[in-house]
Design a protein. Structure first.
Length: 80
């Protein structure tokens, strides 16, 4: 499977679902969240209170919630 085929499969599976990205570091969480949002997927960011990435995720336009709250509101979760 090519990268493009993989991305299309992900988008097909996530369409009309809310995805919680748990973590927002440079190791993939930021890129995945932006990719999904760019393709019309509803994305929440789940972080611990006091996480240094909280403000950055908000500045990037995401709804940021405590991890458990994001997990409860989402149908799909990805941990980064």
């Amino acid at each position: 499977m090519t990268d493009q085929e993989y991305e299309q499969l992900i988008l097909k599976c996530y369409r009309s679902k809310t995805v919680a990205i748990l973590g927002y570091g440079n190791d993939g969480g930021q890129q995945r969240a932006k990719f999904l949002r760019k393709h019309g997927i509803d994305v929440l960011i789940g972080l611990r209170h006091g996480d240094e990435q909280w403000e950055l995720a908000q500045q990037d336009g995401f709804t940021v919630l405590p991890v458990w709250d994001a997990a409860e509101r989402a149908q799909v979760m990805q941990v980064w």
